[in-house]
Design a protein around this ligand. Structure first.
Ligand SMILES: [Zn+2]
Ligand SMILES: [Zn+2]
Ligand SMILES: [Zn+2]
Length: 435
């Protein structure tokens, strides 16, 4: 269940009250008081900032009503707390479970709803004609092709297809419009430089304008990048390449088959919590030397895996921040009970006019899921849990348990399990000092 904080309350208030109903609002207010114990003045100040007189008046009215009904009680220092007899009030609030926020994935062959996800995830996964891989009860892959995505109705229709080597990737844009900063930034100290995290609220608009279809094929081929036989299909009984004599290897070859542009873009917009990640110049140079070390280790190897090749193809800061971000998000369930790494996303953000690089963590639904907040609040714990998770994962190059996130808006490019782990280890040595 999502965590309800004061900042959550303020996003909610801006435009959702008429849509979600007043009783929902009082539930949110109770949950917020249970979680954060704000004073009534803090609550009012929050609404004051957004300049919403009606919301402000409503809050006062609701707070007073809830006090009269003994649902809210004053604790020390005039802080408002949720009355104990109400128990775990969060359970009554449907944030992820509401129609507004979720898309049900429906199997067209039997009408069964087999999965559910946030709208923004659905937009990236099940736009019309997308190939979607689900898992059956035994964990085996099942292939579907999306025939329709009805955002308003909260439904996606998927037709089961047989196993295929084809896969699709969405083409789109995500825009962020900052609404306000909700708290002071935290800085994480690196051996050189700092990473700064600033909690904010923003409006996100996400569009999918088309998609690309790829074919993934396993081939025996020459691994030598300078050879004409490189990536060409060779007979597996050959042991060495007939041109350059390199030992041939089996590799996954990915080729673009087609690029499709939708007649009309699919667009959604929502207001939610996000964490802006800022990397200063010193940190950038630290990241560069870190990635260079990894690069020099593999430079002279004849065969370099696709995962390792990425180290040469992307910017060092992107590799470091992106890998670290994925690993932190995947560790969230180990940080707080009920936290889900599905309720948060991360995207790299380049600002060409500025010396700093950025990334954004953002909650996946309107009003927020509380995951940015959890990450921000328990940053040190998240770092140590992520290190534990990645260190103990038996995979070689990063898997969906420790590093890869399939719905990643950057399509898992500029990702390295080992680079991310190495930064996590540095951070532990620095004891994640928050300045
Ligand atoms: Zn060759
Ligand atoms: Zn792994
Ligand atoms: Zn990503």
């Amino acid at each position: 269940m999502a965590k309800v904080t004061l900042s959550y309350l303020s996003i909610f208030s801006t435009d959702r009250i008429p849509l979600r109903g007043l009783s929902y609002f009082s539930d949110i207010l109770l949950a917020c008081c249970k979680e954060s114990r704000p004073t009534i003045n803090q609550i009012i100040r929050h609404f004051g900032q957004s300049g919403l007189a009606i919301a402000q008046a409503l809050t006062c009215q609701f707070a007073n009503q809830l006090i009269n009904e003994n649902k809210l009680v004053y604790s020390f220092n005039s802080k408002l707390a949720c009355a104990r007899h109400l128990g775990y009030i969060h359970g009554d609030i449907k944030i992820r479970g509401s129609r507004n926020n979720n898309i049900n994935y429906i199997n067209t062959s039997n009408g069964e709803e087999f999965e559910q996800s946030a709208i923004n995830t659905a937009l990236r996964e099940v736009y019309p004609d997308a190939i979607y891989i689900a898992q059956d009860f035994d964990g085996n892959p099942v292939w579907y092709k999306s025939s329709e995505l009805k955002i308003k109705e909260g439904q996606a229709f998927l037709k089961p297809i047989g196993q295929t080597n084809l896969f699709t990737r969405p083409q789109g844009v995500i825009r962020f419009e900052e609404v306000k900063t909700t708290s002071e930034a935290k800085s994480i100290k690196l051996p050189r430089g700092v990473i700064e995290l600033t909690p904010k609220i923003c409006k996100i608009s996400e569009s999918v304008i088309g998609y690309k279809i790829y074919n993934r094929e396993s081939r025996w081929t020459c691994p030598n990048r300078d050879c004409r036989n490189h990536n060409q299909s060779l007979a597996s009984k050959l042991e060495n390449c007939l041109i350059c004599n390199s030992q041939i290897t089996e590799r996954d070859i990915i080729q673009l088959v087609e690029e499709v542009v939708h007649k009309e873009a699919f667009t959604i917009s929502y207001s939610t919590s996000f964490l802006q990640v800022t990397i200063d110049r010193k940190a950038k140079s630290f990241f560069k030397s870190k990635v260079d070390k990894f690069r020099s280790k593999i430079k002279n190897q004849k065969y370099v895996s696709r995962e390792k090749r990425e180290l040469f193809e992307y910017n060092e800061t992107d590799i470091c921040i992106h890998s670290l971000a994925h690993q932190l998000m995947l560790a969230l369930p180990l940080v707080e009970h009920g936290a889900s790494s599905k309720d948060i996303d991360f995207i790299l953000h380049e600002e060409p006019t500025q010396p700093n690089s950025f990334g954004y963590f953002f909650d996946t639904v309107e009003g927020g899921t509380g995951m940015c907040d959890t990450l921000f609040q328990y940053l040190e714990k998240a770092v140590s849990r992520a290190r534990f998770l990645v260190e103990h994962c038996p995979c070689k190059h990063g898997c969906s348990n420790c590093t890869i996130i399939y719905r990643c808006p950057d399509d898992n490019t500029a990702i390295s399990k080992q680079v991310g782990l190495s930064i996590l280890q540095d951070l532990i040595q620095e004891q994640v000092q928050t300045l």
